[in-house]
Design a protein around this ligand. Structure first.
Ligand code: FAD
Length: 338
């Protein structure tokens, strides 16, 4: 039976993860994935996709650990399976280095990644401007492969895909029984959330196949992430900046900062430049409400947006939470629907 018509708005990593979780777990639902942009044109497509996070201020750490663990375990299983090449998910080892010793030497996810430890003095010698460092193995999820792979999985589970822009959730009241909002930065206008804002990020893709380990400065602004086809180097974190065009000054600064960490990058060929806007919010919004939508008394809406710079990292975890919220909504629906 497919009695409950569910629409997931947004086809970035958050929307696709959520749509797959619902379509695969709830056969009672017919799920439509609706978005203005699909891969390769979403913000998620350009993310470096390294699984790593800073804590959100107001979400209990246990919940954030669950988001991280569920996502990490899901991606690790893919990285260690025959699906890894198609899904674009690989293991990635490297160093996070700090100019000053950080207040928290062990982030909340330190026991969830593989082999986390402090760097030795010998290892740190390579980075003379830095006093402290961490070594670990995590996962790198390249969304330009992962999103099409997830979309295929969604279609196999019976999901439908529709490309269109909606200017208000009101438009969806007529055709659907339940709305799941994963529209990222689009939520600012779509649900009128003033807490949503962009954090602009610019990166370069360079050819440097000799680099196999990531290097991330603890300030989050300078990083080198070797991937399957190229090395992503970055970056910028410009709050409230909506510019989507490449800034030449930013590119020069990225090259200069990254070459200081890894001098061999001076010889690397630049393959491309990319800008994306992180869909930021003080905390991600993963909760449900009822909304009065056009032509209906009240429709359940599950929100899952505002992941900022950590959307690839926690997408699967928040998708599982959103699935739980959808289940709660179903329990409250008239039995006739089910
Ligand atoms: P998006 O990918 O932006 O998708 C939003 C979807 O909603 C799109 O399909 C869009 O078309 C749709 N939509 C919006 N409004 C409407 C509307 N009105 N009607 C119809 N559809 C609509 N994260 C990590 O975890 N690790 C990293 O290493 C990492 N590196 C990054 C590097 C850079 C330079 C940037 C910019 C980001 C990085 N991120 C990283 C963050 C990550 O990219 C985001 O957190 C993630 O992509 C958010 O996913 P999303 O699905 O919420 O949004």
């Amino acid at each position: 039976m497919t009695g409950v018509r569910v629409v997931v708005v947004g086809a970035g990593v958050v929307g696709l993860s959520t749509a797959v979780c619902i379509a695969e777990s709830l056969p009672v639902c017919s799920v439509t994935l609706l978005a203005e942009k699909f891969s390769p044109d979403t913000t998620s497509d350009g993310a470096a996709g390294i699984v790593f996070a800073a804590p959100f201020p107001d979400i209990p750490l246990e919940r954030q650990r669950r988001w991280f663990k569920d996502s990490f375990d899901h991606l690790l299983a893919i990285a260690q399976s025959q699906h890894a090449p198609d899904a674009g998910v690989i293991l990635s080892s490297g160093w996070q280095i700090f100019k000053e010793v950080p207040a928290t030497k062990e982030p909340y996810w330190s026991d969830l990644v593989i082999g986390f430890r402090a760097m030795t003095d010998r290892e740190l010698k390579r980075f003379p401007d830095h006093k402290f460092g961490q070594v670990f193995t995590t996962v790198k999820c390249e969304c330009s492969s992962y999103l099409p792979w997830l979309e295929e999985r969604f279609r196999k589970a019976g999901g439908r895909v529709e490309q269109r822009r909606v200017s208000s959730l009101q438009e969806l009241g007529d055709g659907f029984d339940l709305v799941v909002n994963c529209s990222g930065l689009g939520s600012k206008a779509l649900v009128g959330d003033p807490g949503v804002y962009p954090v602009r990020g610019q990166v370069l893709q360079v050819e440097a196949p000799w680099l196999t380990h990531f290097i991330r400065d603890g300030d989050g602004k300078t990083y080198i992430y070797p991937g399957v086809h190229s090395v992503t180097i970055g970056g910028t974190r410009q709050e409230g900046d909506w510019r989507l065009h490449v800034d030449r000054g930013d590119s020069a600064s990225i090259l200069e900062r990254c070459s200081r960490l890894e001098p061999s990058l001076k010889k690397a060929k630049v393959l491309g430049e990319w800008v994306g806007l992180r869909p930021s919010r003080r905390n991600p919004r993963v909760e449900r409400e009822r909304m009065l939508l056009q032509g209906r008394t009240s429709v359940p809406v599950v929100h899952n947006y505002g992941h900022g710079g950590w959307g690839v990292t926690i997408a699967w975890g928040t998708a599982l939470d959103a699935l739980g919220l959808v289940r709660q909504c179903l329990k409250e629906m008239p039995r006739a629907k089910l």
